[in-house]
Design a binder for this molecule. Structure first.
Ligand SMILES: C[S@@+](CC[C@H](N)C(=O)[O-])C[C@H]1O[C@@H](n2cnc3c(N)ncnc32)[C@H](O)[C@@H]1O
Length: 162
């Protein structure tokens, strides 16, 4: 089975549980910390047009929309229809189901900021130049792209247990 099909099948299985794992309990503190970091690095202003590539369930996307006080909905793009389903119902999010590399080749999209959070490890290394050059073409002059990922080598547990 092609790797992308394996990935999409994985997310179809966990889609209903994803928010519970990442946006509940102690994870909320981490998400709030992350929100501040993303706002800082993307330097969002209310008039920005924003894309969240690999937006998943859109929970973070919607929080970002609120926090940045954006005038326009964020375009949430994801290859998994199951992950995107809840995103469709959230404030400040419109969705587009597509693979990131294909999306980056579309001429009809132009925007100011693009976030890729927790998705880059799903892209085949050979496809990275096509992905990034496509996103560069889509970004308006002065635009910003932020890739958020964890280090290649991690030490467990991620957080000190209290
Ligand atoms: C770990 S989740 C991160 C979701 C979201 N960014 C967040 O931080 O909550 C990774 C997401 O990337 C999506 N994804 C995986 N491969 C993709 C691809 N080639 N193109 C677009 N999205 C992809 C998955 O469907 C999943 O929703």
């Amino acid at each position: 089975m092609p790797q992308q099909q394996v990935t999409d099948s994985h997310y179809a299985t966990i889609a209903n549980h994803y928010n519970h794992a990442f946006f509940h309990g102690d994870s909320i503190h981490y998400q709030k910390w992350m929100l501040k970091k993303v706002l800082h690095h993307l330097q969002l202003t209310p008039s920005d047009q924003v894309v969240d590539l690999g937006c998943g369930t859109g929970t973070f996307t919607s929080a970002l929309y609120d926090e940045a006080n954006l005038n326009q909905d964020i375009l949430g793009v994801d290859s998994s229809p199951a992950m995107l389903k809840p995103a469709n119902t959230l404030k400040g999010v419109m969705t587009h189901c597509a693979d990131a590399v294909s999306f980056a080749q579309l001429n009809e999209y132009q925007y100011d900021k693009v976030l890729m959070m927790g998705v880059i490890h799903h892209i085949e290394p050979d496809n990275l130049p096509t992905l990034y050059s496509g996103l560069y073409r889509q970004l308006r002059k002065g635009g910003k792209l932020l890739t958020v990922t964890r280090p290649a080598v991690v030490h467990y547990p991620f957080f000190k247990l209290l």
